[in-house]
Design a protein around this ligand. Structure first.
Ligand code: ADP
Ligand code: NI
Length: 221
């Protein structure tokens, strides 16, 4: 099987596997991450572009937040799929990245595939900030039926797991839990540069949001 066929087969596998996901995790998220990852990799020359492309395509297919199956079942499906595509030799590299790409896995270091992880992680994180990141966050919040904003929870340093469980979390609180931190977590210089403008846009958005909230509700947030 040639590389072009392997890419086409992977696209098909990903489309089928992500059918039940929220629309912030739709095919266009994958397409953006693929292109951002290839761009970052071209600038930084960190990994084999073919492996970058395959990994970017597969990076969200085993996410148990959306998939009907557990993460483990998702990994097994990817493992089997890569065998089917005659890509067994890159399986370990690809799966290591998929298992570690998420925000909660930032501190995993010391594995030999770091460079591939850096590129995919940066591309995925860039898509979570800026105007697209904001759109995705509110979309996800709607998918979970979360509040847009909860002025009773303003201590954002302590937001997170507890508030998620008690249902007081809001999409605005997600900015403080995650989105505003991403700029500082970029691995590559190329992504750091791209993150600057997107991060500023998050801040502009929040400022305007609070202005409008204060004006309408007479509260000084
Ligand atoms: P990661 O792959 O880094 O773990 P997630 O899959 O958790 O990221 O998040 C993917 C997208 O969904 C991002 O755009 C993120 O901001 C958004 N998202 C995740 N959790 C929430 C939340 N509680 N509220 C709003 N958006 C969220
Ligand atoms: Ni993603």
């Amino acid at each position: 099987m040639n590389r072009n066929d392997q890419i086409l087969m992977t696209e098909k596998f990903v489309r089928e596997n992500m059918k039940g996901y929220d629309s912030g995790h739709d095919w266009w998220h994958i397409e953006r991450v693929r292109n951002l990852a290839l761009f970052i990799n071209k600038m930084e020359e960190l990994a084999d572009p073919f492996i970058v492309e395959i990994t970017a395509l597969l990076h969200d297919t085993a996410d148990s937040k959306f998939a009907a199956v557990s993460n483990e079942q998702g990994y097994t499906a990817i493992d089997d799929f890569l065998d089917e595509c005659e890509l067994s030799e890159i399986k370990e590299q690809v799966l290591t990245v998929i298992k570690n790409v998420s925000f909660s896995s930032v501190d995993k270091t010391g594995n030999p595939y770091d460079h591939l992880l850096w590129v995919i992680q940066d591309a995925d994180r860039l898509d979570a900030i800026g105007a697209i990141g904001i759109a995705r966050a509110f979309n996800y919040g709607g998918f979970r039926n979360n509040k847009i904003f909860n002025p009773e929870v303003m201590n954002f340093d302590e937001v997170s797991a507890e508030n998620q469980l008690s249902g007081t979390a809001s999409t605005i609180s997600h900015f403080y839990e995650k989105l505003l931190l991403l700029k500082y977590r970029m691995n590559t210089l190329t992504a750091k540069k791209l993150a600057t403008e997107r991060h500023e846009f998050l801040e502009i958005f929040l400022k305007q949001f609070y202005n409008e909230w204060n004006f309408a509700l007479g509260k000084n947030l």
